[in-house]
Design a protein around this ligand. Sequence first.
Ligand code: SIN
Length: 305
Amino acid sequence: MKPSLSVKVGGLKLRNPTILAAGVLGVTGKLLTSVAMSGAGAVTTKSIGPEPRDGYENPTVVRVRCGLLNAMGLPNPGIKEFRKELEDVKKTVNIPVIASVFGFSPEDFSDVAAVMRDAGADAIELNVSCPHVEAVGRQIGQNPDLVSKTVKKVKDQVDLGVFTKLSPNVTDIVEIARAAEKAGTDAIVAINTVRGMKIDIKTSRPILSARIGGLSGAAIRPIAVRSVYEISKAVQVPVIGCGGIQCWEDAVEFLLAGASAIEIGTAIMDEGLEVFNKVVDGIESYLAQKRISEVSDIVGRAHSY
Ligand code: SIN
């Protein structure tokens, strides 16, 4: 018998545990639709804020040997404009659409979340963890009280699952996860990118216009696995793993560490959208070989050692 890959996370039922990570291809309804058709269990939009933002000047992305550094500066059309994209995508896809939102105060987050809900979002992901836009990631995501206020405000405003995406750029990620859980978050997403930089040795200049950016890709995977492991031991709400997942083996590692689902982002650049089907097929064969009937049976297995 084929193993069941469907999972329940924070009020959502997914056909499989793979989710498109925020910021990657989630800018337009058309792109989100093509990811949905490629086999993902759910898709996350780009992070959308209360007003349009141009973001930083180029260069905003640079490849490094072990991954990708980006500092885009949260460019987005603003919630008023994005609403139409979300309404369009909801007409065409039959998998959950998670709306990533950011803001400069708890009120911003809840205002944007309310419009996303009205436009048909199935869940809200709070981006309190952008590593280089000061008031968004560095002040909110590093402060358990602000995380708590933000989660509470959004939970009071919308009757949807609210997921909180955490920053690894903190002393104790578990403390922040506990604060989010206490405030009512329905799931924790771990992790956003790790602060990093690259300098051009010919010109002596930092390459990114913002100088410091967020590192994603293979290099951050062990940090993400450790974060998922520690957080899922400490909280009751489900954890969604994110950070450097490139193949099914990586996905299984996150599930064993305690993730109920996983987000894929940077790997799409190298693998294309086929990465979703490859990861799903790989997880299915792994479970079949081990005669495990439900993917949820392996979630957190590494905790017993
Ligand atoms: C960016 O727009 O610069 C990245 C957003 C993020 O890492 O949360």
